[in-house]
Design a protein around this ligand. Structure first.
Ligand code: FAD
Length: 426
């Protein structure tokens, strides 16, 4: 039986473990943290990711903890609507789009891994240190993440790096690579229990390249029955001469650091500054991505998720693309003659495709380009958006992004009998 070592029990690693296990592969996971805690605020799962999670039998559980997104709207900083479109089932996809707590989603994946692979499938406190490939095997050495003491050496046929934006496996192969690239903006992420905005199933973004907000409802335990959990990201440009804040997902900051920057963004349909001010907790993270690397696969080792292609969070694609990697892995293991050929094929399926998205997010803010254009052409606002940007252009930008990210409805709804379950039969 093929044995695969997966480094990192985040979104990509846990999803890959479930998928490969379902293919009859023996999988063992190694996680640097001593405990996999439910951390992070909201993420979006696009229908192409929910399709993969449905193939893993997780649609029912996701529906219990996620909020289905039915509309997406882009606004200028004055709150005027630039573009809106239906999303998820309302847009004709066979699968919904979810706004979901990253932590609860990770918890759901971890529970499924423990139930299906066994309680001991994830070795925590194991920080990847180095690896060696000899003959038909790959051997990885792990260290204790606090004191750096060796904790074990493990051998498998294949190693998959799913250890996130600071991947130590990637660093092993690219020791000279520069640190993640700072875009010049800081992202403040938070969750507020508040009266919902619009219809409680709408996600909106407002602003432009230098300053923007992203808001969406995210189901979860509520403090009051008539309120919902609103996830937000508030992003603003900072002095480029000052050092970039450290990239730590759980770095907490004060509300006064961010709220005054958005004081004028109170719209009659959503009180942006009020919701920011009432956040239970705020986390700060610099907007970064990583440059392209020539290849991810080295013999018996490959990379998935942020370890391979960390991107700007434009178009709500980061977590979904990590899950789409797993679909490609499944297709590769189903069709290739052996495991080494499979990870080679996985890279062929994904590398160019995903790097075109990384580029689009970096250069044009993905589909949020319509907000950049509106600010350039009408910074003071507009009477009607189509006087500023023709409807066909708005439509094309939205469609082109969906095609690049692999979630154009016709692309997603096409079922591949090799790997897909038809959700209409569930
Ligand atoms: C704690 C945390 C909170 C986050 N919060 C948000 C958020 O609020 N919003 C958002 O959009 N994105 C968030 N992200 C990032 C988001 O999860 C990813 O961008 C995306 O889901 C892709 O997932 P991934 O599995 O590739 O990476 P990640 O989800 O980052 O998972 C990587 C995993 O690898 C582990 N790891 C790292 N180094 C090593 C090593 N050397 N050896 C072994 N294990 C290692 C990490 O502890 C982590 O569990 C967060 C990530 C983390 C780790």
């Amino acid at each position: 039986m093929t044995k695969i070592l997966i480094v990192g029990a985040g979104i990509a690693g846990l999803t890959a473990a479930l998928r490969l296990h379902a293919l009859g592969i023996d999988v063992e996971l190694f996680e640097a943290a001593h405990e996999v805690r439910e951390l992070g605020v909201g993420i979006n799962l696009q229908p192409n990711a929910v399709k993969e999670l449905t193939n893993l039998g997780l649609l029912g559980k996701l529906s219990e903890i996620g909020s289905s997104m039915e509309e997406l709207r882009y606004h200028n900083k004055h709150g005027q609507e630039i573009w809106s479109e239906p999303r998820g089932l309302k847009a004709g996809y066979l699968w919904p789009q979810f706004g979901i707590s990253r932590g609860r989603f990770q918890g759901l994946l971890l529970k499924a891994v423990k139930e299906r692979l066994g309680e001991d499938a994830v070795r925590t406190g194991h920080y990847f240190h180095r690896l060696e490939q000899t003959g038909d095997l790959v051997t990885a050495e792990f260290r204790e993440s606090r004191d750096g003491k060796p904790v074990g050496t493990y051998t498998g046929d294949i190693l998959i790096a799913a250890d996130g934006i600071h991947s130590a496996v990637r660093r092993f192969f690219y020791p000279q690579e520069a640190a993640p690239r700072f875009a010049g903006q800081i992202m403040w992420r938070g969750v507020t229990d508040a009266k919902t905005f619009l219809d409680n199933h709408t996600m909106f973004m407002a602003g432009h390249r230098q300053q923007k907000v992203v808001f969406y409802p995210m189901a979860g335990p509520l403090t009051h029955p008539d309120s919902t959990q609103i996830n937000f990201v508030a992003e603003d440009s900072v002095d480029p001469n000052k050092p970039m804040p450290q990239e730590e997902w759980n770095r907490v900051c004060t509300i006064d650091e961010v709220a005054p920057r958005f004081e004028k963004w109170a719209y009659d349909w959503c009180d942006v500054p009020g919701i920011i001010r009432n956040a239970k907790q705020l986390y700060v993270f610099p907007k970064v991505d990583r440059d392209r690397i020539p290849k991810w696969t080295f013999g018996r080792v490959t990379m998935i998720g942020d370890a391979a292609h960390a991107m700007h969070p434009a178009g709500s694609s980061g977590a979904s693309q990590a899950i789409v990697d797993v679909r490609a892995l499944a297709l590769a293991f189903k069709t290739q003659r052996d495991a080494v050929a499979a990870i080679d094929f996985y890279e062929k399926l994904r590398l160019e495709e995903v790097y075109s998205l990384v580029k689009l997010n970096r250069e044009k803010m993905g589909p949020e380009w319509v907000m950049v254009l509106a600010e350039q052409l009408a910074p003071g606002g507009f009477k009607h958006i189509h006087d500023v940007i023709p409807k066909e252009d708005l439509n094309r930008i939205a469609d082109d992004y969906k095609k690049a990210a692999g979630f154009y409805p016709a692309q997603v709804n096409a079922l591949d009998p090799l790997v897909d379950i038809d959700p209409r039969l569930l």
